[in-house]
Design a protein around this ligand. Structure first.
Ligand code: UDP
Ligand code: MG
Length: 337
């Protein structure tokens, strides 16, 4: 069990809060208080019953202590602690799994996702939206590298996969209970939550906002970790990379066939044919092409094995009637400060 269980979370009546907010936090000690100072008044104006869960993703600073302090002052603030750094996507999953609200909002802990926007997510939900995605209009303080790589990534993903992710849609969204249940049934390890949220379906809406600059600290996403996330996204939502060998095989085989015709003509009708050369080259090309085609076939099997290994649900129903959706109905005992 990743989380430390200290005491049951909610008040004795176990009533379900209307709204849960999940905040992954990795070395965000200086952002906890400012975030709460802005977020709590917004939530209080929306509903009398809410919880804010910080998922401390193995921070090496005082993030957990700051959340604990806040939780002592306000029992609606909760803490889940990972035993080490498992990453942003895992922290989101854990927070959502332990959230009890009828709707769950996830947002970053560095104030780049303005708490005021939660009001608009909430209103869209009340208006019938089941997944309400916040989409940022313009990056506030992203580097040129980040903007270019992220643009290229969304382009490639949309070409390779049928799951479309809106550029600018980060992990800032609200999901209703049905969507949360469906999302939690996707238990793959290499997660790209943005894609999964599209994959599960439901009434999807978007709210456009202007991103704020990071309040304190620095981004935890290095170029390397962004590339890893991009790899998870592309490889878990597209089988196309596996088919590349097949494509190369077909091209090489066709080229070999054309070339073979050419060398036969040279051998039959001219005096320039070098003995042995044409047959060796043609054999090499044909075997090379065959090998690539066999790789493709293997790739198709590996791709299907991968699909099965992910164990995503075969279908998702509204109203949580899906066969193994039971855990979503349970009020999970969870950790707090
Ligand atoms: N985060 C996390 N674990 C990680 C990296 C990041 O929980 O390994 C959290 C981080 O504390 C923040 C959110 O995920 O609340 C987004 O991270 P960050 O702001 O560094 O990403 P960026 O906004 O630069 O893409
Ligand atoms: Mg950030």
């Amino acid at each position: 069990m990743l989380m430390c269980r200290i005491m049951p979370l909610m008040a004795a009546d176990c009533s379900q809060p209307m709204l849960s907010v999940v905040v992954p936090a990795y070395n965000e000690q200086d952002n906890i208080e400012p975030l709460l100072a802005q977020l709590v008044p917004v939530l209080e104006s929306l509903t009398p019953s809410f919880e804010i869960t910080f998922v401390d993703d193995g921070s090496r600073d005082n993030t957990a202590a700051r959340v604990s302090d806040a939780g002592r002052r306000d029992p609606r603030v909760r803490l889940l602690r990972f035993s080490r750094n498992f990453g942003h996507q895992a922290a989101l999953f854990a927070g959502i799994e332990h959230a009890a609200g009828q709707a769950v909002v996830m947002m970053d802990g560095d104030l780049q996702h303005p708490p005021e926007i939660v009001r608009r997510l909430f209103d869209e939900w009340r208006g019938g939206g089941e997944v309400v995605q916040a989409v940022r209009r313009a990056p506030a303080d992203d580097s040129l590298i980040k903007r270019t790589t992220s643009g290229a990534f969304y382009h490639v993903l949309s070409r390779l996969s049928r799951t479309k992710v809106t550029p600018g849609a980060s992990d800032f969204r609200l999901m209703n209970r049905d969507a949360v249940c469906a999302f939690l049934q996707c238990r793959e390890r290499c997660r790209f939550n943005r894609g999964l949220v599209q994959w599960i379906g439901f009434d999807y809406r978007e709210v456009v906002y202007d991103a704020a600059p990071r309040h304190a600290g620095r981004s935890k996403y290095s170029l390397r970790s962004m590339l890893r996330l991009a790899g998870d996204a592309i490889f878990s939502f597209s089988a196309w990379p596996l088919r590349l060998a097949g494509l190369a095989g077909v091209v090489v085989s066709l080229a070999a066939a054309v070339y073979l015709i050419y060398v036969i003509i040279v051998a039959a009708f001219t005096k320039f044919a070098v003995p042995g050369w044409s047959s060796i080259l043609a054999t090499l090309l044909i075997i090379g092409g065959l090998q690539l085609i066999v790789l493709w076939i293997l790739g198709e099997y590996v791709g299907r094995l991968y699909e099965e290994a992910k164990q995503r649900p075969i279908y998702i129903l509204r109203g949580r009637k899906t066969a193994d959706a039971a855990p979503c109905n349970d009020r999970r005992e969870s950790a707090t400060v």
